[in-house]
Design a protein around this ligand. Sequence first.
Ligand SMILES: Cc1cc2nc3c(=O)[nH]c(=O)nc-3n(C[C@H](O)[C@H](O)[C@H](O)COP(=O)(O)OP(=O)(O)OC[C@H]3O[C@@H](n4cnc5c(N)ncnc54)[C@H](O)[C@@H]3O)c2cc1C
Ligand SMILES: NC(=O)c1ccc[n+]([C@@H]2O[C@H](COP(=O)([O-])OP(=O)(O)OC[C@H]3O[C@@H](n4cnc5c(N)ncnc54)[C@H](O)[C@@H]3O)[C@@H](O)[C@H]2O)c1
Length: 503
Amino acid sequence: MARQSVFFVSPFLILLGDTKMKTLNVDVAVIGGGTAGLGAYRAAKAHTDSVVMIEGGKYGTTCARVGCMPSKLLIAAAESVHQIEKAPGFGIHPQGEIVINGQEVMARVKSERDRFVGFVLEGVDEIPAEDKIIGYAKFADDHTLMIDDHTKVIAKRIVVATGSRPAYPGVWNELGDRLIINDDVFEWNDLPNSVAVFGPGVIGLELGQALKRLGVEVIMFGLGGQVGPLTDPDVMAYAYKSFNEEFYLDADVQVESMKREGDVVEIQYIGKEGELKKITVDYVLATTGRRPNVDQLDIDNTSLELDARGVPVADYYTMQTSVSSIFIAGDASNQLPLLHEAADQARIAGDNAGRYPEIRAGLRRSKISAVFSDPQIAMVGETYKELTTRLGTCGCFETGFVSFEGQGRSRVMLRNKGMLHVYGEHGTGRFLGAEMIGPNAEHLAHLLAWAHQSKMTVAEMLDMPFYHPVIEEGVRTALRDLNAKLHLGPDMIKHCLDCGPGC
Ligand SMILES: Cc1cc2nc3c(=O)[nH]c(=O)nc-3n(C[C@H](O)[C@H](O)[C@H](O)COP(=O)(O)OP(=O)(O)OC[C@H]3O[C@@H](n4cnc5c(N)ncnc54)[C@H](O)[C@@H]3O)c2cc1C
Ligand SMILES: NC(=O)c1ccc[n+]([C@@H]2O[C@H](COP(=O)([O-])OP(=O)(O)OC[C@H]3O[C@@H](n4cnc5c(N)ncnc54)[C@H](O)[C@@H]3O)[C@@H](O)[C@H]2O)c1
């Protein structure tokens, strides 16, 4: 990827030291050249030509390089193995052993990943060279950025779009190259034999399950019982049970010791029956969360107000921080660390940095998230936790339910695992949100998110067309159940037509 355009700085100037540092005066400086940085740069450029984008690492974005895209490529390979393994359930018996060629799997992941990264790099190439600065930015004050030791940027407005990075206990570094994070997985040339995944969150479930299906021995450990991003206890319990059918998952493990022994890691932990267990694995994969990249920006040199995690406090609709000329976008904001959110926040932050001081509230869409596990997990609108926090125990909302175990089309396809909870408001009948684990959850979540953003009532959603036989009929069952519980529709009948097979 030797396509990065480099901002030219004469070595002679550097040798002469600080006094010869290049100084640039600009209207807008964007820190970070990832999804949010690129979006903010473009949005600001619509208002002024005087915009620079500062990138300290590699161009190509986290999403394309080590995030969304390579993880989905690995999952796609795993899904193809799973399809073959499931075939006997239909009376189809593939002959011979399934051979998983780890080198070929990783070669495809990397070559397709490089293709996606290439598209991003083409976009970066189109940005004029004088608008791009290579180097790590740090704040000197509210308007001044020092880029490494070569450039001082004095900016009327600044957008912080520095992304996030994996966060894990520092003591794990003692494992050396046996400790890996998601970035490392996509550098593998072959698949390992065994991995202990710490953190059954979004990344842990996606990568851990994919590796398991690709023939890697996987064991997964969590803390505090959390599985995925779910907050509804019933849906989370289902997810826990479901993933445990495929690999050992203890979402609240007690690890007694973890140490490197030659080229493997030895882990002693307390098993679910209270017994001491010992395993050795090739790698420990740390997927224990991500932290916003705002701690190395010398933010103390600014007058920015920070939250408890040290992240600049920002308005949800304008992305403006407590310093009116500084905006923030993407994972750095710690609001919703998802790709589409990074893009939306970037548009808002860049537009406002460009048009400043006349700032505008931007569109924040209904919340939607999906985990590309199998079954998939998805969440829409307000989470169960947010609803119970906001509404307490006033009995102001109800939960509609469907199980995908008996749902017609899901069963036809042998994908009848999962459940959906939909939440609705008493009195108004408004659809508030949903949490689910189940087949095609990514698609069901989109339907529900569109309804949520349209502020539809449950009754209005039930007026929409539903084809037959489709998994979406399960959504209708959950909505009917919800409508009945809200006393806005008839009681559910047992074994309703669209719930079961043969409907
Ligand atoms: C394994 C994985 C899978 C994911 N899958 C999905 C998914 O399926 N769907 C989804 O919606 N989201 C997914 N995400 C999340 C998504 O990738 C992020 O939300 C998104 O990439 C954030 O974009 P960003 O612009 O904020 O950060 P980045 O793209 O990381 O950009 C930040 C940039 O800032 C640069 N930078 C940092 N500090 C400085 C500095 N001081 N000076 C100059 N430059 C600096 C960095 O080098 C980096 O290039 C996934 C993430 C991971 C890790
Ligand atoms: N499909 C997607 O949209 C997608 C995919 C991947 C990542 N992402 C984004 O990336 C973010 C980060 O993902 P993530 O999976 O790293 O974080 P996460 O917050 O989703 O999960 C971290 C998990 O690690 C556990 N944990 C924390 N410390 C631990 C420890 N010491 N030992 C064992 N477990 C521990 C937590 O309890 C939690 O379950 C996500 O919040 C998401 O926004 C999105």
